[in-house]
Write a protein that binds this ligand. Structure first.
Ligand code: MG
Ligand code: MG
Length: 624
């Protein structure tokens, strides 16, 4: 299969789009007519730019409201088609995409439409051109690919073929079985798009909410399996109408597009039993066993207060780096790294974003295989400076330019190799923090789907349904990706409002990144008692919250205990979740403590309470 992308999928002017598409490694492009009409140059200029970029125009689209018209509209439709053919010849493109008519004066009837296409086929063939017919989900008479195929079949012309579009078939829940029976050489083009499940009219859904395969909820993989059964080896093109992508970076969306196709085709290859012609075989998605460490870039003014907080939370300094001003803080299975170097990656990160999390290290089954898959998926690798005898840990660029390290059995000796143990600082009383429960990253809304695809394509994780959480400053969209066993739980948050705490955090650190880190304890009451005794400033929760908890069937002694310790509570059947928060540090970073008893969620019901409490204690008033 050859891959392509439609210019409508990304932001910018036509020349900017084409450059981004070529830079992302595509060689085929669909030209959307509006992009050409708004371009300040002739079709011949576009042809030259496309050729200079090493691209090929595979389709010109769309041609609307063609079939089934009465005279004199019918004659005019053919005249319009001839003008499109002229443009195509100037562009150097041989396939015109005709979508099913929505014209009020169009007359139904498969044979009438087939006769129109037969005649169009004659005219196209006379110029060495071809025409593909696509059923729009909202087409007036043809809105099902099976009807479009019947029109093409009866048109019985070698220049007339079918265009399949996953969106139109999947949103209407059309049976996909009939695809399997279509001769592959009659399918001129396949367009691929995913979308979130929404309850709205097909046209608005299609024009505003499409997304890349894997980013939405449609059964794109089932569609591809059906297509694969035909033996189709032709053009597979992304056609993504998205308000988000139109507001995003053309280059980033084009790379995401290429990545989504590599990921989707690799899944198809696996379903097909191992190998498919023209499909790159990727290594397996990385099995992840959790977070090995979280690294903070710190400076001299931030570090002392932060270390006091860490001690209060029950951490102790357990190691000092052999060659760098870097220390390791440990408790249970949690490792935090404080990097105070005056040069290198962490220092640059600090200069750009202030004290913040500059890297995460994931424990994976095989770090080299993870990196090999990442490179195949066009992820950006990173190589930093290491001292003599120190381990090189492979890394990628992650959210906000931070690093994502991969640690495996080869780097198991990391702490012994790169760090000297510290034993002279006395004992800290541990607080029962056993492991990292989840890592929450905040990012601009337009980047959310990028990072969703990044994680799901690389790691063996699944996405949970997207949640919307009410912040006093607006809605925060929250997307969880996690391993089946919960060893890795990542929460991606974004909002379109500038007044949410999530958005203020982005303003504060001038970028994206980890806004909170949640530690798991097996006894949150003991842990929080310990933190309060150690003077840790916990987020006060309003009294009213606890009055409401009786409805959840809690005994009054337990409610009193939760109230006294500022612990939030949720239950899901017999599963229970308890959570507490530190007050926010500079720019809105905070820690969370959770106790999870068979509970799968993240206390979304409590999030508005927590966000309101944090807003009250925010250092800066929200912008008006
Ligand atoms: Mg389409
Ligand atoms: Mg949380």
């Amino acid at each position: 299969m050859q891959t392509a992308i439609a210019t409508v999928s990304i932001a910018g002017t036509l020349d900017e789009k084409l450059e981004a598409i070529a830079a992302a490694g595509f060689t085929n492009v669909e030209i959307f007519e509006n992009d050409l009409l708004s371009f300040n140059g002739s079709p011949a200029d576009v042809k030259r730019i496309v050729a200079d970029l090493g691209l090929r125009i595979v389709t010109f689209q769309p041609f609307r409201d063609f079939e089934g018209l009465p005279e004199p509209q019918r004659g005019r439709a053919f005249a319009r088609a001839e003008r499109k053919f002229d443009v195509m010849q100037e562009l150097g493109c041989d396939l015109l995409l005709v979508c099913s008519s929505v014209a009020p004066d169009a007359i139904g009837g498969i044979d009438r439409a087939a006769a129109d296409f037969h005649e169009l086929g004659e005219r196209a063939a006379a110029r060495g051109l071809r025409v593909g017919y696509e059923a729009l989900a909202w087409g007036r008479h043809v809105n099902d690919y099976r009807d479009a195929w019947e029109v093409v079949r009866r048109a019985d012309h070698r220049a007339i073929g079918l265009v399949l579009d996953s969106f139109h078939a999947l949103v209407r829940k059309t049976d996909l079985k009939a695809i399997r029976a279509i001769p592959e050489d009659r399918i001129f083009l396949v367009q691929i798009a995913d979308a979130p499940l929404l309850d709205m009219d097909y046209l608005s859904w299609s024009r505003h909410f499409r997304c890349l395969p894997g980013q939405g909820d449609l059964a794109v993989d089932d569609f591809m399996d059906a297509l694969q059964a035909t033996g189709f080896g032709g053009l597979l093109s992304l056609e993504i109408f998205s308000d988000r992508f139109r507001a995003g970076s053309a280059r980033a969306v084009a790379v995401d597009g290429h990545r989504s196709l590599l990921f989707m085709l690799d899944k198809l290859r696996r379903h097909a039993g191992g190998s498919l012609p023209g499909v790159v075989a990727l290594p397996n998605r990385a099995v992840c066993h959790g977070v090995e460490f979280v690294e903070f870039a710190v400076d001299d003014s931030f570090q002392p207060g932060f270390e006091t907080l860490l001690r209060g939370l029950g951490f102790r300094r357990s190691g000092r780096h052999r060659s760098k001003t870097v220390s390791r803080w440990s408790q249970g299975g949690v490792n935090l790294v404080l990097n105070a170097e005056k040069e290198g990656f962490a220092h640059s990160y600090l200069a750009a974003h202030g004290p913040s999390v500059c890297a995460l290290a994931l424990r994976v089954e095989d770090a080299e295989a993870t990196m090999a898959r990442a490179r195949s998926l066009l992820d950006q690798s990173y190589t930093g400076r290491i001292g003599p005898g120190e381990l090189r840990i492979p890394a990628l660029r992650g959210v906000g330019g931070s690093l994502l390290y991969f640690v495996d059995h080869r780097s198991a000796a990391l702490w012994e190799t790169d760090f000297n143990p510290v034993s002279d600082e006395g004992e800290t009383l541990a607080a029962g923090l056993a492991r990292i429960d989840h890592v929450q990253q905040s990012m601009p809304y337009v980047e959310m789907l990028t990072w969703l695809l990044f994680y799901t394509s690389l790691l063996d994780v699944a996405k949970a349904p997207m949640l919307e959480v009410l912040d006093p400053g607006g809605i925060v969209h929250s997307q969880v990706v996690q391993t089946a066993d919960g060893a890795l739980r990542l929460v991606l948050n974004a909002s379109q409002s500038r007044r949410t705490l999530s958005a203020q955090f982005l303003d504060g650190i001038v970028g994206s990144g980890v806004q909170h880190l949640a530690f798991a304890t097996d006894d949150i009451f003991a842990t929080v008692e310990r933190l309060k005794a150690a003077g840790v400033d916990l987020l006060p929760i309003p009294e009213n919250y606890y009055d409401d908890l009786e409805a959840k069937g809690l005994a009054s002694e337990e409610i009193d205990r939760l109230r006294r310790l500022d612990i939030l509570y949720d239950r899901d059947g017999a599963a229970e979740y308890r959570q507490a928060y530190t007050k926010s540090l500079s720019e809105g970073f905070f820690f969370e403590i959770v106790e999870r008893r068979n509970y799968a969620g993240f206390g979304a019901v409590n999030a508005p309470i927590r966000l309101a409490a944090q807003t009250r204690f925010a250092r800066r008033p929200p912008p008006i």
